[in-house]
Design a protein around this ligand. Structure first.
Ligand code: GLA
Length: 382
């Protein structure tokens, strides 16, 4: 923290009244691409995340320095743009506009932001920045903790309407409500949730970043949402059903398009994977949990078609390792990260072996992180 405050002082000048905030990223253990279909998901907040140091500055300007982009930008509170600017500060602008619209006046301030989350890696760096700013501005202006569930819903709305990505609630919910050493079982339809302790004994959660860029991810993501809504309409024209995850095997006969049939099958099989996975975790049956991770990946690869050769290589290579119980892509896909359950002692060896076959195949290297389930957004001591 000393380094961070020193950097802040160098940029914005010295003073004592600095405050610090941290928002984690998230990994989704299972339940992929079904949050926007009213399904069950099992994400955990992780120890990688975004840190902000902030101080009010008695002006009408919010000055933000991002150490990742190595750039200082200013939002003028008297002339805020109403639309996104296709700039990293859009997430902050979206939050400021949303809070102002909801009657929270924001003061001028200086902010230093730095992140340990790899960008565009499927670990929710956008949700982390939105929730971090929402929480920080709310606490600084009112002194009170915002309601964490409402904050997640508001940040999802900002992402949907201001940023234009039609994401579900999982990411914002997870980074706002994460709990140390646990995952969250979230019903994305009712928002009912349960904290599921992660007792992994000799195993750890390994994150493997494919480092594959994800240019097409947003358009493909929005296309999946459209396909799923078409599938739901078809089933609804025959019977009453609330969400695509409630479809049954026999409903597939109602759908002519092979693509829509596959999307539908992913929705309800993945929802079952989550139910089974939570049962296995509660019984400390990590072997079964690992098998379900693999089944989830195959469904994403073959039925939902959101994987890519790089992610498939990682999953296939890890699956042949005797010390890996299961692996799958995590997040939106088309690049980004895989999550795997690997014996802690063999993590280095497994990673090195994978790095070498992966680099040989694709010409660039993956990155590895040990994932530690952590608390959601919070204030930190500086
Ligand atoms: C992205 C979205 C989430 C979710 C995942 C896929 O991370 O932001 O809402 O849909 O993809 O499970």
């Amino acid at each position: 923290m000393k380094k961070l405050t020193a950097r802040f002082h160098k940029l914005f000048g010295k003073s004592d009244n600095l405050r610090g905030f941290f928002c984690p990223g998230r990994v989704n253990l299972i339940g992929e691409h079904i949050d926007y279909l009213g399904g069950l998901v099992l994400p955990a907040a992780i120890s990688l995340g975004i840190t902000a140091v902030i101080r009010k500055n008695d002006s009408r300007e919010i000055n933000i320095f991002s150490s990742d982009f190595d750039e200082l930008t200013t939002l003028n509170l008297d002339s805020l743009p109403r639309k996104k600017q296709s700039h990293w500060s859009d997430f902050i602008l979206g939050v400021v506009l949303h809070l102002q619209t909801n009657g929270i006046s924001i003061s001028g301030c200086d902010i230093h932001i730095s992140s340990t989350l790899p960008k565009a890696s499927g670990l929710s760096s956008s949700a982390a920045l939105e929730v971090l700013c929402f929480y920080m501005f709310s606490k600084i202006e009112s002194g009170l903790e915002p309601n964490r569930i409402q904050m997640a819903l508001d940040c999802q709305k900002i992402e949907n309407e201001f940023i234009g990505v039609k994401c579900g609630i999982m990411d914002q919910y997870a980074v706002a409500n994460g709990k140390k050493s646990a995952a969250i079982l979230l019903n994305c339809n009712s928002l009912e949730n349960e904290i599921v302790p992660l007792k992994l004994n000799d195993y750890s959660i390994l994150l493997v970043n494919s480092n594959k860029s994800r240019e097409l991810a947003t358009s493909a993501y929005n296309l999946r949402i459209k396909e799923c809504s078409e599938s739901l309409d078809i089933i609804r024209s025959h019977r009453d059903i609330s969400n695509l995850v409630d479809a049954l095997d026999e409903d597939l006969n109602l759908i002519d398009s092979p693509i829509l049939r596959k999307r539908t099958r992913h929705a309800f099989t993945e929802n079952e994977h989550v139910k089974e996975a939570v049962k296995s975790l509660k019984l400390s049956d990590l072997n079964s949990f690992g098998k379900l991770m693999h089944a989830s990946h195959l469904s994403l690869q073959n039925d939902f078609e959101v994987s890519c050769p790089e992610l498939n290589h990682i999953v296939e290579a890890l699956t042949t390792e005797p010390t890996c119980l299961g692996a799958r892509m995590t997040g939106a896909g088309f690049g980004g990260c895989c999550v795997a359950l690997v014996e802690t002692e063999s993590m280095d060896e497994v990673s090195q072996k994978l790095a070498s076959t992966y680099t040989e195949t694709f010409g660039f290297a993956p990155s590895f992180y040990q994932c530690i389930p952590s608390d959601g957004v919070h204030e930190i001591a500086l």
